[in-house]
Design a protein around this ligand. Sequence first.
Ligand code: F6R
Length: 611
Amino acid sequence: MCGIVGYVGEQNSAPILIEGLKRLEYRGYDSAGIGILDDGRIQLIKEKGKVSVLESEMKKRQVIGTTGIGHTRWATHGIPNQVNAHPHFSSDDELMLVHNGIIENYKELKEFLIQKEYIFKSDTDTEVLVNLIHFFYVNNNNNLYEATRQALLKVNGTYGIAVLSRNNKERIVIAKNGSPLVIGIGKGENFIASDVNALITHTKNVIYLEDGEIGEITKDSYFIKSLNNDSISKEINKIEMDLEEITKGGYPHFMFKEIMDQPISLNDTLRGRTILEEGISKLGGLHGFEERILQSKRIIISACGTSWHAALVGEYLLEKCTGIPVEVEYASEFRYRNPIIEPSDTIIFISQSGETADTLAALKEAKRKGALVLGIVNVVGSSIARASDAGVYIHAGPEIGVASTKAFTSQITVLILVALLLGRRKHLSIVDGKEIIQSLNNLGDLVNEILSQNSEIERIAEKFVNAKNFLYLGRGIHFPVALEGALKLKEISYIHAEGYPAAEMKHGPIALIDENMPTVFIAPKDAIYEKVISNIEEVKARNGKVIAIIDKDDKYVENLVDHVIRIPRTNELLMPILTVIPLQLLSYHIAVKKGLNVDQPRNLAKSVTVE
Ligand code: F6R
């Protein structure tokens, strides 16, 4: 959470920093600030609220300077207000810092600094860090790099930081541990940011910092070292992202664009990864690891939030195609309960951002215990992608709306490809393999067919804008879809929603059913269709309102329920990709009709880099 940017060059840094912060705003949006250094003078502007508030404030003032840092915040320590917004100054206003992460031992460091007569204005851990750096700064002859290095040796916690000082003009000291940080290399100018989205209009050449690295940028140089002061030579990576991928492209919201983009994103996920004649997939990132995975006694899939729901679908897919037992774990639970992990286990971590702190920590734990660690990740070059032994990128393109949509369907698609790759080496027949690939190849058309019902789904949404609660029910492979539908609704519309396996309803949730409780059933014609129909009857018998996601040729359910959304049929394993799309649209329209900010829902951030 939180986004940081920095610039050193010959241009006025203010508009560059504002543009960068806007592109990082999905990481946090409760307050924002910018500090610009100009001839030994630091100009600081901080505002509560979105980057647009900061931008209007800056337009009122003449802020000029060729070196600057900026921050968009997701509060951890201290409420979102102007005082707690970053950048933070040292007590004497000599140093200025932006920080993404949490300093865990900030209390003891603060006590130490108070004894040394440092004064604190905010409630943040960041102000402790900038004063600690200052403490070493005065003891190191105003050497900002050395002061930062010595301070960080005293710190426990996570950070991506950028520090400026009045006396060290035209240079920014940076460091990373647990929060992402990337340097953008320009000509006569250099940049830093929490992710490459903030850099792509300026440069395609980037360097990803690793944990425990510290460095410095000036307008025409940079260096990176370890915290022990050993020089590190880094590879320069080329970003392959275009600007249009991170703009709304005429849609009113990123979330809507990302839902509507799914025929394209699914195509990108699949491109070049199937061999129809052999009924098998081809995943370069797992090449050479196939036998090792197949010898695993068990596969564990671990993730958070929406990615965890994809993992639940993956459990079904992998068990069915490989016969290997699969377990699914919340990364946040997995990392703390000292799980029994054998070197013969394969553990797959799924993450859109590739930066989720809990998932990354669980991955490191699994690696420490000798398991084979695979990543299924969207953001290329992200921490989880780099820390995995092997893996598969989902290639869904940048996902900027905070509610995950296209990443979910691409995650499931990759899990199908993995199941195909492994299953064809086990008991999945060539005929079944070919059938899955043919269905994957038709997926774009089927998704388009569902998206073309957008206006009807919007009309259904209209009727439920004032609902206070929602129940989502599905069985088998559609139980995770029910969970995902409920999560989508609650995170952007703030309506309480729960997902349940449909058969569990009679063990408790049925008590909630009355005429005010809408229930969404995911009820395609599969092996347990008849059972789901019985569950629908049970809800209707109690006057519940029912929205049902059904096969397009289903004539029976239509007469039973209040609203239907029809979906085409495909191979059973691919069905969750189709059934989730109406649920994404339903929650989107309900939230829009409630007048809520769907792309930046309250209290959330896209990339959860705190524990
Ligand atoms: C929900 C959502 C979150 C994320 C979760 C994991 O719409 O976006 O629940 O799925 O924070 O994030 P990643 O996949 O980036 O690890």
